[in-house]
Design a protein around this ligand. Sequence first.
Ligand code: OXD
Length: 317
Amino acid sequence: MDSKLKILVINSLSERQIAMIESVDPCIEVSTCEWGEISHHIAGADVLVPWGWMDISPYFASASRLRWIQTLSAGVEKIIFPALINSDVLLTSARGIHGIPVSEHVLAMLLSFTRGLHLNLRSQVYKKWQRFPSDEAHEKTVGIIGLGSVGRIIAKKCKALNMRVIAVKQHMSEELFVDLLLGPEELDHLLSSSDYVVLSVPLTPATYHLINAERLQKMKQDAFLINISRGQVIDEKALMDALRAGQIAGAGLDVFDTEPLPADHPLWNFDNVIITPHCAALSPYYLDRAVALIADNVARYLRGREMLNVINKQKGY
Ligand code: OXD
């Protein structure tokens, strides 16, 4: 029997990054391939490291050695399929490495809305000297829905702006940077008291269309909605209706129902919407952080220790 632990990463890695994973134990052999080549390589892999958006279900039957899938991304909703759920293949994610870039992305959106930069940029395209009302984030309230590793860093940075931070979280905990922590049943209170609502929850059956017409109505008319989680957490049609009706002041969206957002999608046309192409987590340091996490998890796997970010495949997170 082959005594090597063969790890197949569906992304290119530098020699240094490969060496970092292989340095965990002499039995480890890391190889990489492009997404289009997966069918040629998957049969030999004990461990697969794909991005969360990759649909590996067509190749699963030929992955006879596969014992563990470690995603490069935090989101795993697209990688879970019935045969995987019913198998004993372990699934772990890269949760925990996104906090720095994603929180900076949220602050960039929040401050752009506050200072009117989204409007200034449009004027600049037309070389138009035009002032818009601007506000301050200081002492305003940010409501964070989902206080995982990303939500916590957002809270900390908003506190540094002297904002009031409220958050909704599944289970109560001591939180250093949160002024008011609420349970999921108090979501409406967060919505009606926040000047900025930030979505940082995973997509699960429970969070699908969490922000619907009824919930948008609970928000203040001068409040902004920022989504860096998954597009399907918002009912996009209800959001566009709310924007048209002036029910909320604007939305900063990094994620969408359909990605890439189609060129003829009406969301492109709103002055008070900032659209970014699912890039909140992008950073030159992303892969290094992912590789460090993978190396840590490989060591845990080999030594039979508790693994990081194990996904409950039934629940989807
Ligand atoms: C992720 C993301 O899931 O960046 O990692 O959206």
